[in-house]
Design a protein around this ligand. Structure first.
Ligand code: SF4
Ligand code: SF4
Length: 382
């Protein structure tokens, strides 16, 4: 197992994400304890020492099961991470109640790593108004008491929202968890978000390295191209080798659901075989080509923006359009667009086509925005 010395700790480069544990029911609420126990033991025996949990995983059952089976090991052999569910309205104003319940559920004495879960457009104001909501200050107090060793956050927001968060808390956040993989490098502006963390010297933790398993079995359109990047390397390994090429990435979390996945991931993380520059750009080219094929080939040149009488941030809207298309419907696109004022949303386009005259990619922007607005509109009931 590879390790990184980060935040004053020695962490395995691979962490076990506990949101897709083996379950005995279809709704993934009843965790198969025997299989989970076996996976935890195998992970620790094979050098994995980071276990990532959250209040919401498996309907709230994951934290209890994680604590139950991790406690059988020496406390220094595992690092337990969990998260404050700031995306749930009922959590706001109840940091203490949630944290105390988590302490009781996990019963591991303290959390090595504690995250504000999914800082985004919908909850950023609660975090920023600490005088009123006391979220960050509450967790800082727990840190001073030794109940939290390292405080960080996870984020699915736009770079602008992340920048606002970092402007306020960049000096106290010790790590930041991003959805980052070769498909999201441009699609979800993960590249920009990773650069922002870099600017604040905050190490990057990776979530969704395989985009919820999708990159383990990529779309047919991508398969033959992917095989040519590093012949003989499987899809999963390629996705992880991409992440090994990013120096600020210090933790890769994978939500593993069975022993085969765990064994294969441990094998991959037994060595660093980062991509060469050529392989790296080849992989991104394939990903961007796929995104453009599913959505539109916007390069973000912004020539169109000054031609728009509605002052729409066209490339930003097209980024979310692509996200919506590649994900076949996306809560992230809905969230980002939903937080914009009406006059900045796709529906504000008046179809003048001034932008299209200057677009080097010949994107039919007005038509795309019209269809995007229709996709985002709530269904009309009778
Ligand atoms: S077509 Fe829409 S997006 Fe393009 S310039 Fe006109 S209003 Fe702006
Ligand atoms: S001009 Fe075309 S390619 Fe450039 S940002 Fe606008 S839509 Fe994208």
């Amino acid at each position: 197992m590879l390790y990184n010395d980060v935040c004053g700790e020695r962490l395995s480069a691979l962490g076990l994400g506990m949101m897709r544990l083996p379950c005995t029911d279809e709704k993934m609420l009843v965790i198969d304890e025997a299989k989970t126990c076996e996976m935890i033991d195998f992970a620790i025996e094979n050098g994995v020492n980071y276990f990532d949990n959250a209040w919401i995983y498996h309907g709230g059952n994951s934290e209890r099961i994680a604590g139950k089976y991790l406690r059988r090991h020496k406390r220094e052999d595992f690092k337990l991470a969990t998260k404050f569910p700031g995306m749930l309205p009922e959590a706001i104003g109840n940091a203490r109640g949630i944290f105390e319940t988590q302490m009781e559920k996990c019963a591991c004495g303290f959390f090595d790593f504690y995250l504000l879960h999914n800082v985004n457009e919908n909850n950023i104001e609660y975090y920023l108004d600490d005088e009123k909501y006391h979220i960050v200050s509450y967790f800082r107090e727990q840190q001073k008491k030794g109940l939290i060793r390292h405080l960080g956050f996870s984020c699915h927001s736009s770079p602008e929202t992340l920048a606002r968060f970092l402007e306020r808390y960049g000096d106290i956040m010790e790590f930041g968890q991003l959805q980052l993989n070769y498909l999201d490098w441009h699609l979800q502006e993960a590249c920009e978000k990773a650069a922002l963390l870099d600017k604040y010297n905050i190490p990057v933790w990776i979530m969704e390295p395989l985009r919820g398993g999708r990159l383990a079995n990529p779309p047919e359109e991508m398969k033959s191209c992917l095989k040519s990047v590093r012949p003989g390397t499987g899809y999963v390994e390629l996705a992880f080798r991409f992440l090994q090429s990013l120096p600020n990435v210090k933790m890769v979390l994978s939500g593993m659901g069975n022993m085969e996945q765990l064994k294969e991931n441990i094998r991959i993380f037994s060595e660093n075989r980062a991509l060469t520059e050529k392989e790296f750009s080849q992989l991104l080219k394939i990903a961007d080509g796929y995104t453009a094929q599913m959505g539109v080939p916007c390069t973000g040149c912004r020539y169109c923006v000054e031609k728009c009488p509605q002052k729409l941030d066209i490339p930003k809207l097209l980024t979310q359009y692509n996200e919506q298309k590649v994900s076949n419907g996306s809560w992230i696109a809905r969230m980002v667009i939903g937080k914009l004022p009406e006059n900045e949303r796709p529906g504000a386009c008046i179809g003048c086509r001034g932008c299209e005259k200057v677009c080097p990619q010949k994107i039919r922007i007005s038509e795309v925005l019209k269809s995007f607005a229709a996709e985002l509109a709530p269904p009309v009931s009778d």
